[in-house]
Ligand binder design. Structure first.
Ligand code: ZN
Length: 459
C-alpha cells in the first residue's frame, strides 16, 4: 500500500498536509506528521504544580553537591545529596505503586576514585526507573530522558554551603520525574528509562558511568534527551516560547574511517544525534507543548558540556535541551546580594510553566519514539552503477507497516520531502543522490514514525 495525502487514521489527526509535487509526482512535504490523540491527552497531565513541588523539594536538601553528606544521619536530617537520592528513589517508587508496579526502580552506584574535582574517593549514585516495553520484539529498544540532580555553588568543593540548584538542574530532574509519572500510565512497545544522575558538576562522572554500562551491556539505546538548565530563568531578555536543542555534527565516537566517509559524502550534519534533534523539531510541530524547539547545530554551548556528551562518547544519539537565555548570576553562585544584584540558583527565578512546556515536549518525544517501529537497520544506497536515479535498501523493522524515504537539499537543516512505500525493503527514486541527502524511516499502522536513518553507500 502506498500512502498518500488522503490517508486517514482512526485515532490520528492529520495536522499539516502541504502537498509538494516534485518530479516523483507523489512526494509530500516532510513536515506532515500525525498526532496520536492518546499522547496529546497525556501531555495535558503534565503538571506545573507537580514540577514546582519537585524543584522546591530538591532545593530543600540545602546542597546536592556530589561531595556532600550521604550518611544515614544526613539522610534523616534531610540535608545533602544522600537525602536527595533517597527522595528520588521514593518518588519513582510512588509512581510505580500508582501503576501496579509498572516501573522498575534502580540505582547505579559506584565509587569514583580521586580526580580533579573529587578530592577523596566518593560514592556516586544514579537513580532511574524503567518502563518496560510491551512488545517482546521491541522491548530491548530504549529511549531515555535524563537530568542531573547534583548541584554546586561558587566553589565546586564546598560540601557545606547552600547550593540550591533550582534551575541547574532541579528543573531537568523534575522533567525526568514528571515524564515518569505521566508516561507510566501508558503502555508502549519499546522501553523508556527515566534517569537522574549525579556527579555532573564534578565532571560528568555519573552519566559517564551509566553510558559506559549501557555500551558494555549492549543496550539498544536509540535516543537520550538531556535536560540541563530548563528552568526558563525569568530575567529580562528570556524568550519562554523557545527551547534550545544542541546536537553534535561529526560524532564524538566517529572512527578515522567514519570521519573520512563523512567528509567524502558531506555527512557533517547527519549524525544520529542530529537526526534525533530533527525528530524533536518535528514533534514540536506536531504537538502543542507550549514551547518550540530551536535546533543548534553544535554539540553544546561555547566551550561547555553536559551529560549528553557521555552518551555521545559511547556512540549513542544524545542531545541537550537548555533554555534560550541563561542568567549567569543564577548559576554556580553562592546565594548573596552584591551591588544590587541577586546571585544564586533560587526557585524564585524558575518559570514553572516553562519547565512544564519543556516536560511536555520531552514526554511527546519519548512517547512518539517508544510507540514507533525500530529505525531501519542496514540502510544502504546503491552506488555500483553510475545513474541519475537513487535506489535505497534496508532491513525490515520490528513493528513497521510501511516506510518513508525522506530527503532534503544538502544545504537544508531539515527533511523537506517524503515519499511513502508499502512494507518493502527497497525503493527507487527519480532523484540523484548527488544532489540531495536521503534517509529512511519506519512507520507503524497508526502513523508513528521512527528516527530517520541515513544510508551508507554500497558498492
Ligand atoms: Zn547543569
Amino acid at each position: 500500500m502506498t500512502l498518500n495525502n488522503s490517508w486517514t487514521l482512526g485515532t490520528a489527526v492529520l495536522v499539516v498536509s502541504i502537498m509538494c509535487v516534485t518530479q516523483t509526482g507523489t512526494a509530500q512535504d516532510a513536515t506532515k506528521t500525525v498526532q496520536d490523540t492518546k499522547i496529546a491527552a497525556a501531555l495535558q497531565q503534565v503538571s506545573a504544580q507537580r514540577i514546582q513541588a519537585d524543584v522546591e523539594k530538591l532545593v530543600s536538601f540545602g546542597t546536592r553537591l556530589t561531595l556532600s553528606a550521604q550518611d544515614p544521619s544526613s539522610i534523616t536530617a534531610g540535608r545533602g545529596i544522600g537525602a536527595a537520592r533517597e527522595w528520588l528513589k521514593s518518588e519513582f517508587e510512588r509512581y510505580s505503586k500508582d501503576c501496579s508496579g509498572c516501573l522498575e526502580v534502580k540505582t547505579d552506584s559506584f565509587i569514583e576514585q580521586p580526580v580533579d574535582r573529587i578530592p577523596a574517593a566518593t560514592e556516586i549514585t544514579n537513580v532511574y526507573a524503567v518502563l518496560k516495553g510491551t512488545d517482546p520484539g521491541q522491548v530491548k529498544r530504549i529511549v531515555l530522558v535524563t537530568g542531573h540532580y547534583d548541584s554546586r555553588n561558587s566553589d565546586t568543593l564546598d560540601v557545606k554551603g547552600d547550593a540550591p540548584g533550582a534551575n541547574d538542574d532541579a528543573s531537568g530532574t523534575a522533567v525526568s520525574l514528571e515524564c515518569a509519572r505521566v508516561l507510566s500510565k501508558m503502555k508502549f512497545p519499546a522501553t523508556i528509562i527515566f534517569l537522574t544522575v549525579a556527579g555532573e558538576e564534578q565532571g560528568l562522572n555519573g552519566s559517564r558511568h551509566f553510558a559506559k554500562m549501557a555500551k558494555e551491556q549492549g543496550w539498544e539505546l536509540e535516543a537520550v534527551l538531556n535536560n540541563d538548565i530548563v528552568g526558563g530563568d525569568k530575567s529580562t531578555g528570556q524568550d519562554h516560547s523557545v527551547i534550545r536543542v544542541f546536537s553534535e555534527g561529526v560524532p564524538a565516537a566517529a572512527s578515522e574511517q567514519d570521519v573520512k566517509r563523512i567528509r567524502g559524502l558531506g555527512g557533517e550534519s547527519d549524525s544520529g544525534s542530529r537526526q534525533l534533534a530533527r525528530y524533536i523539531a518535528e514533534v514540536g510541530r506536531t504537538y502543542d507543548a507550549g514551547v518550540k524547539p530551536m535546533m543548534v547545530f553544535r554539540f553544546d554551548r561555547y566551550l561547555r558540556g553536559g551529560d549528553h556528551y557521555s552518551f555521545n562518547q559511547q556512540g549513542f544519539a544524545a542531545v541537550r535541551l537548555t533554555e534560550l537565555r541563561e542568567d549567569f548570576h543564577h548559576q554556580h553562585q553562592n546565594v548573596r546580594s552584591e551591588n544590587g544584584i541577586e546571585y544564586g540558583d533560587l526557585p524564585k527565578f524558575v518559570d514553572y510553566d516553562y519547565v512544564t512546556h519543556v516536560a511536555r515536549l520531552n514526554a511527546a518525544t519519548l512517547a512518539s519514539l517508544a510507540s514507533a517501529p525500530a529505525p531501519p537497520l542496514n540502510v544502504r544506497i546503491l552506488t555500483k552503477d553510475l545513474e541519475n536515479d537513487s535506489t535505497l535498501t534496508w532491513d525490515a523493522s520490528a513493528g513497521a507497516a510501511s516506510y518513508e524515504v525522506v530527503w532534503r537539499a544538502t544545504t537544508s537543516p531539515e527533511w523537506e520531502h517524503t515519499q511513502s512505500f508499502a512494507n518493502v525493503t527497497r525503493a527507487t527514486l527519480k532523484l540523484s543522490k548527488d544532489n540531495v541527502i536521503f534517509a529512511v524511516r519506519a512507520v507503524d499502522a497508526a502513523g508513528h514514525r521512527s528516527i530517520a536513518v541515513v544510508p551508507l553507500p554500497e558498492r
